[in-house]
Structure formats: C-alpha cells, structure tokens
Design a protein around this ligand. Structure first.
Ligand code: ADP
Ligand code: MG
Length: 333
C-alpha cells in the first residue's frame, strides 16, 4: 500500500507547489475563511498550511491519511456533480508516503485538538483554535531521484505562490497569507463585496496589480438556454483591453465551476475573440469564470484535476468567445 501511495504521489506531487495546491484545496473544502502558508526552502524543507475551517474530528484523523479516504463523496452518482475541490481521497496518503507529515486539528464544536504524526501514527492532544494545520517536511526525502529535479528555492517558491494565486483568484472571499523563511511574501485580504464580480475585481487588483484592474473590462455573459431545456453557460470575469500592459501567458486564469483549469477550448475561444475584435497577435490577459451544469463537465480526467473534459466543447467555446467579444467591443465607461 505504501508503494501504491508512492506511485500515486508521483502523479499528484511533482514539486512543493503540488502539495500546496492539494492542501489549499482541502482548506477551502473545509470552509476556511483565512489560509496561512509557512514555507522553508521553497517548500522543500517545510510546507505548513493553516486554516480556520471545520477541522477533523479526532477519530477521523488517522483515516484522513488512508488511501481513497474521502469524506466528500459517497458514490459515483455524486462524482457526476462534485462540488468540492477534492474527491479522490489520494492527496494526503500520497504526500504522507513521500514526506514527514503531521496534522493538527480541532473540529468545530469540540473542546480539544489533536496532533497526528503521519509516520508513527501517534495521536496526542495539542492546544489550538478550530481548524486544521497540515505540516509537510522534507519533501521527497525517500525519493532522492525526484528531489534532484527540483529547482532553486526561489523557483520552487515562485511556483508555490502561483499555486496560491490561482486559488486566490477563485475565492476573493477567503484571505490568504504566504510566509517564506519568516518573511511575509504575499497577503491577500478577504474582499467582502456586494457581487462576486465586484469581489473578483478587488481580488484581481490585489493579485495582479492596479494595472490589470484599470486596463481591463468586466465580462458577464449568459448563453441562451439549451434546446433540451438544460442550464445555460455563464461566463464572467475580466479581460485585458487592447492597450493593456504587455500580457504574459501566466496572466491567463480560467476557472470552471470554481476550479482553476488549463483548457484548450477556453484558451482558444479567448484568443479567437481577441482576434475578432483586435485583429492582432496579442496574448490575451484574462480571469474568466465559466459556470456550467456540473453534469456537462468531467473533472476526473487527471489526478491533478487541472484538466477537464466538456461534454460539448462547442457550447463552451461559443459562450467564451461571445462573452469576450462582447466585453471587448462594448463602449468603455
Ligand atoms: P480529498 O480531498 O480528495 O477528499 P485528501 O487526501 O486531500 O482527499 O483528504 C482526505 C480527507 O481528509 C478529506 O476528505 C477530509 O475529510 C480530510 N481533510 C484533509 N484536509 C483537511 C482540512 N484542512 N480540513 C478539514 N478536513 C480535511
Ligand atoms: Mg484533497
């Protein structure tokens, strides 16, 4: 089982940023409103993710580390419409097989907190407020071949920050802080705002800078109802306007039902819209949020869940292209 977990880890964990992504997913699934990361040596020596979510009851702590232990779905039916970031129950088991792991948690409504040592399985009482802290130390200590592939601490840190940035742009209602070697490197405060578009605009300003906020326009588009009466596709967010500062490919953020994705359909549709309106070769800049009936998208394509498969990619392509077209062509206020 240890071996299987290590093989799974190879698919899920490529570098410290992969661990960061999984742990932040879990914190969000637990309903956290504030997530704090502490890293040492670009995350190789330590990744600690602390949240104020619902916590894990003592009796469930050892189970959380077991392979295919997930508290999030109970059957295949639910997989069709999974609403949480995690559902495979692999991440913690995989990480535990390639690093020294400890989880301390206090479940909401409980008066005591416990720390589980991943290696020994020992459980002991600790003092803490409601929520969970997962500590991952000495990543790849047992697989030196993998460790060799890691880049400098600065590069690994940059990947970790990027992983949090992707989450931060999906969840402006949650505050994030990242510490590295005792120094605060990023902090994005929770933005309470009247609409999700306002909140995202605020968060985009925090994360990508004033420049993007000032040189972008709002997107808000709803496709017409499908012929079979099915739910329409909504595409919203912000896209950079023509005179936006030179865009880099790392300023393209696409989300499907709240999950960051790399998706050719969305990328292509956004690029086509830029070409429709701007007739140029410019790299689009955007943060686009696609909301679609969850039964029309498969998120269980790859263990990292960064790829999705749409049941009808034309439907999504058309919605994204029209949404961006309309936003770019609209007169600017
Ligand atoms: P998955 O997220 O796919 O369910 P994981 O291996 O990431 O699987 O986590 C296993 C289980 O541990 C989760 O289903 C959840 O019950 C629990 N868990 C992990 N992290 C947290 C957290 N930060 N807060 C509350 N529960 C957590
Ligand atoms: Mg998970």
């Amino acid at each position: 089982d240890e071996l299987i977990s290590q093989i799974a880890a190879g698919e899920v964990v490529e570098r410290p940023a992969s661990v960061v992504r999984e742990l932040v997913d879990n914190a969000l699934d637990a309903g956290a409103t504030q997530i704090t990361l502490r890293l040492l040596a670009g995350g190789v020596r330590l990744i600690a993710v602390e949240d104020d979510g619902g916590g894990i009851p003592m009796e469930e702590l050892p189970i959380a580390l077991k392979r295919h232990a997930t508290s999030k779905i109970r059957d295949l039916q639910e997989l069709e419409s999974v609403g949480t970031m995690g559902f495979r129950g692999e991440a913690l088991a995989a990480i535990n097989s390639i690093a020294d792991m400890a989880i301390s948690s206090r479940a909401s409504g409980q008066s005591s907190a416990f720390l589980l040592d991943g290696r020994s399985g020992e459980l002991k009482p600790v003092a803490r407020s409601t929520g969970t802290t997962v500590e991952v130390k000495e990543l790849f200590f047992s697989t030196p071949a993998r460790r060799k592939f890691l880049k400098t601490d600065a590069t690994e840190l940059a990947h970790c920050v990027e992983a949090v940035r992707r989450h931060a742009l999906a969840r402006p209602d949650v505050g994030f802080a990242i510490w590295h070697e005792g120094k605060l490197v990023e902090q994005w405060r929770a933005c309470p705002a009247p609409t999700s578009l306002d909140a995202i605009s605020e968060r985009l300003r925090d994360v990508l800078g004033d420049d993007f906020k000032d040189k972008s326009v709002a997107v808000d588009y709803l496709s017409s109802m499908r012929d079979d009466g099915g739910q329409a596709v909504r595409v919203w967010g912000r896209v950079g306007i023509p005179d936006a500062a030179r865009a880099r490919p790392d300023q393209q953020f696409a989300y499907v039902n709240g999950r960051f994705v790399r998706d050719k359909v969305i990328t292509h549709a956004a690029r086509s819209a830029y070409e429709d309106v701007l007739h140029g070769q410019r790299q689009p800049i955007y943060a686009l949020y696609v909301e679609i009936d969850p039964t029309r998208v498969d998120v269980n394509v790859h263990p990292t869940k960064i790829e999705v498969r749409f049941r009808d990619s034309r439907e999504v392509h058309q919605a994204v292209r029209r949404a961006v077209d309309a936003a770019l062509a609209a007169p600017r206020a």
